[in-house]
Design a protein around this ligand. Structure first.
Ligand code: ZN
Length: 634
C-alpha cells in the first residue's frame, strides 16, 4: 500500500487542510470538533458525513466509508493511492521524490498521461493552423464558438499516417507508448505503427482530474466511420466517464442537477448557452458507473428525448438503468424516478420531433430549452405510460408484449409497496388482472435481482457476539488514539483472537507498527474496511476521561483472556494426548496447571473454577463433559 515514505505522506497531510479540501466537494458545517455534511458517497437527506480536522480524518456514519485525505480523494475521483498522493502533493506544495522503477504499472500510466497530454496539445494547435481549415469551417457550420472550442480543447488530427508519430519522436515518446495510449495502431503484417486519428475533428475526453484519457474523432464529409473513438486503454474504460464531467462538476453541484446529452456537439452547445451542468454519455447507454459519478454532485439528472423516438427510447433507457450490475449494486427506481439508496432522480425532458439539444438550442434558444427542462418528468413513469399507451387499441400480441415489458420494469422497482401500487395502476390501464401482473413482476424480480449489496461494509460484522465486538472496538480505539496504551496492551493481544476481520487487520498492523499514529496508519492498511474502521473509531472517539484507568482495565481483561486461552489450549492438548495414548498419569501435571490457570481466570470474573473442576473430576476426560465441555463453557 505505502509506496511513499511516511515522512512524505505526513508532509502532505500537514500541508492540506482536510476541511478545506473536502469542502470543495461537500458542503460542510461546523458541529463541535467535527464538520458535518451530506455524504458524497451515498445518498442521504440528513448529514452523517463527518470531517475531523484535528485528526485529519473523515467518516460517514451512514455508509461506513472513512479515511484520511488520500482516501477521500481516491474515492471521490477514483484514483489509485499513488495518484491521490501526487495530486495532494501538488495541493500541499510538497515535492515528491522521483519515483524510478517504483510501481511498474504506475510509471507506465504516468507515461501514458504524458503522451495523451502532448497529443491533446498537438491536436489543439493544429486546429488553429491553416492545416486545420476544414475543421474550423466545420465549427462555424455547427455554430460552435471558438472560445468554447478552446475551453474544451477541441483539436484537429491532420492528414497523413505519421504526423503525430513525428511530433512524439521529437518529444521522446516511444512507439509502444503511443500504441498503448491508443494514439497509434500497430501494423498487422509489417512492423511499426501509424496514427489512429487522421483528418478528423477531435474531442478531448478528460477524467475528473482534467487529465486527457481519450479522444473522440469526428470525420468530415462521407469519411467512415463518422465517429472514431480511442480504444480502451489503461487510462480509459468505456462507460466509466462522462464527457465534460470535469468542466461541469462545479455547476452540477451548485445547481444540484446534471443534464445528460448524447453527442459532443450537444454538450458544447449546451455549455455555450449557459447550461454548464451538461455532460455527454460517450456512447448510447448510460451506465450505473456514470450515474454513480453524477450522484456525487447532484440529486437530479435530466436526459433529453425527441418526442417521436421518446417512448421507445425512454423505455429502453429505463430498462438499461434498471439492470442490476455485476458489482452487486442493484439500481432500482421508484415511482418518482429516484434510485433506491441513491436518491438520484432521473427525468426525461422532451424536445420537439426531429430535434436534439444542439439543434433545439440553436433554433429556439436558451429560454425555450430551460422550459423543456422545467417540464421534465420521471423516467420510469414516462416509460410505463408510453409502453401502455403504445399497446392501446392494438391486437392481442402487442398487448401481451406490453404486459411483459411492464412486468419487467415493475420487477426492478426496489420498493415492494411502490411496485404494487404501480402494477395496480398499470393493470387498470392495460386491462389486465393486477394480481397476474404483480405475480409476473415478482417472478421476474426473483430471477433477475441479485441480493442488494450490504450497506455499511465496515459495520457488517463477522459472527461475533455483540459484547465482544463492543469490547474489542473500545480497545482498538484506545490503542489508536493513545500511544501510551500500546506498549502495555499490544503484547497481551493476539490478532487471532479478534474475530472481526477489519479490527483484526488493525490490530495486526498496530503490532507491526506500534509507534505509528492513527492517521499515518491508514496508508499501511491493506483493506478499505480496515481504513474505514480506523476513521470511524477515531472520529467517534470522545477523549477518555481517565486514560490510565482504561489502560489498566483493559490490561486486566486481556490477562484474563490470555489465561482463558491457555486453559483452552491446554485442554485441547490434553484431549489430544489422551486420544492417542489413553488416560495417562503425566496428564495430571497438565491438569494441575489448568486448574491453577482457571483459578486465576475465575478470580477475575468473581466466579469459581467450576468448569475445570468438572474436567478433573471426570474419570474419562474424553467424555461429553471432558475437554470439549471446557471449551463449551467459554
Ligand atoms: Zn456515506
Amino acid at each position: 500500500m505505502a509506496t511513499y515514505s511516511a515522512a512524505v505522506l505526513d508532509d502532505i497531510r500537514a500541508g492540506v487542510d482536510i476541511v478545506d479540501f473536502v469542502g470543495r466537494f461537500v458542503n460542510l458545517r461546523k458541529t463541535g470538533a467535527n464538520w458535518k455534511g451530506l455524504c458524497p458517497f451515498h445518498g442521504e437527506k440528513t448529514p452523517s458525513f463527518m470531517v475531523n480536522p484535528k485528526k485529519g480524518i473523515f467518516h460517514c456514519f451512514g455508509c461506513g466509508v472513512g479515511g484520511d485525505v488520500f482516501g477521500f480523494l481516491m474515492r471521490q475521483d477514483r484514483l489509485s493511492f499513488p495518484e491521490a498522493v501526487r495530486a495532494l502533493a501538488k495541493t500541499a506544495g510538497v515535492a515528491l521524490p522521483e519515483e524510478r522503477g517504483g510501481q511498474p504499472g504506475d510509471s507506465g500510466r504516468e507515461e501514458l498521461f504524458r503522451a495523451m497530454d502532448l497529443a491533446a496539445r498537438f491536436y489543439a494547435e493544429m486546429l488553429w493552423t491553416p492545416a486545420g481549415e476544414r475543421a474550423q469551417k466545420y465549427l462555424v457550420e455547427r455554430g460552435i464558438d471558438p472560445e468554447v472550442a478552446r475551453r474544451f480543447g477541441l483539436g484537429y488530427a491532420p492528414e497523413g499516417w505519421d504526423r503525430l508519430a513525428d511530433f512524439m519522436r521529437s518529444e521522446k515518446v516511444g512507439e509502444d507508448t503511443l500504441v498503448a495510449a491508443g494514439l497509434a495502431v500497430q501494423r498487422e503484417n509489417r512492423g511499426g505503427s501509424y496514427d489512429r486519428f487522421r483528418n478528423r475533428l477531435l474531442f478531448t475526453i478528460r477524467d475528473l482530474q482534467s487529465r486527457v484519457v481519450a479522444f473522440g474523432g469526428r470525420a468530415f464529409g462521407d469519411d467512415q466511420p463518422k465517429y472514431l473513438n480511442s480504444p480502451e486503454t489503461p487510462l480509459y474504460t468505456k462507460g466509466n466517464l462522462l464527457y465534460a464531467a470535469d468542466v461541469a462538476r462545479e455547476t452540477m453541484r451548485a445547481k444540484n442537477r446534471a443534464l445528460i446529452v448524447e453527442g459532443y456537439v450537444d454538450c458544447l452547445m449546451a455549455h455555450q448557452h449557459g447550461f454548464t451542468e451538461t455532460v455527454a454519455a460517450l456512447g448510447t447507454a448510460f451506465t450505473p458507473a456514470q450515474l454513480a459519478l453524477l450522484r456525487r454532485y447532484c440529486d437530479e439528472v435530466v436526459t433529453f428525448f425527441d418526442a417521436d423516438a421518446a417512448g421507445q427510447k425512454a423505455a429502453e433507457r429505463a430498462e438499461e438503468l434498471l439492470e442490476p450490475t455485476s458489482g452487486g449494486f442493484a439500481w432500482a427506481v421508484n415511482r418518482s424516478g429516484a434510485f433506491d439508496g441513491g436518491g438520484l432522480r432521473v427525468k426525461v425532458a422532451l424536445l420537439p420531433a426531429g430535434h436534439d439539444p444542439d439543434t433545439f438550442l440553436r433554433a429556439a434558444g436558451a429560454d425555450a430549452f430551460a422550459e423543456r427542462i422545467a417540464g421534465a418528468r420521471s423516467l420510469l413513469s414516462y416509460a410505463l405510460e408510453r409502453t401502455i399507451r403504445d399497446a392501446d387499441g392494438t391486437g392481442q400480441r402487442a398487448r401481451a408484449n406490453a404486459f411483459a415489458r411492464v412486468a419487467l420494469m415493475l420487477s426492478k422497482v426496489g420498493d415492494a409497496e411502490e411496485a404494487a401500487a404501480l402494477s395496480r395502476e398499470a393493470a387498470t390501464r392495460l386491462g389486465v388482472d393486477a394480481t397476474q401482473l404483480w405475480f409476473e413482476a415478482q417472478r421476474l424480480s426473483t430471477s433477475l435481482r441479485k441480493p442488494p449489496a450490504p450497506v455499511g461494509k465496515a459495520t457488517a460484522a463477522a459472527p461475533t457476539s455483540g459484547d465482544d465486538k463492543k469490547l474489542v472496538t473500545k480497545l482498538v480505539t484506545l490503542l489508536l488514539v493513545d500511544l501510551e496504551a500500546r506498549p502495555v496492551l499490544l503484547p497481551l493481544l493476539e490478532p487471532s483472537d479478534v474475530v472481526h476481520p477489519a479490527l483484526r487487520e488493525i490490530v495486526e498492523t498496530l503490532k507491526r507498527l506500534p509507534e505509528t499514529p492513527a492517521t499515518a496508519l491508514l496508508a499501511e492498511l491493506a483493506s478499505d474496511e480496515a481504513r474505514h474502521m480506523v476513521a470511524a473509531l477515531v472520529v467517534e472517539d470522545t477523549t477518555t476521561p481517565d486514560p490510565r484507568a482504561s489502560i489498566e482495565h483493559f490490561r486486566r481483561r486481556l490477562e484474563f483472556l490470555g489465561g482463558r486461552r491457555r486453559v483452552r489450549d491446554l485442554s485441547r492438548s490434553i484431549g489430544a494426548a489422551q486420544a492417542s495414548q489413553g488416560v495417562h498419569a503425566s496428564v495430571d501435571d497438565d491438569l494441575l496447571a489448568v486448574q491453577r490457570d482457571s483459578a486465576r481466570v475465575y478470580q477475575h470474573q468473581g466466579g469459581s473454577a467450576q468448569v475445570v473442576d468438572r474436567a478433573v473430576d471426570h474419570p474419562h476426560p474424553m467424555g461429553p463433559d471432558g475437554p470439549q465441555g471446557v471449551q463449551g463453557h467459554e
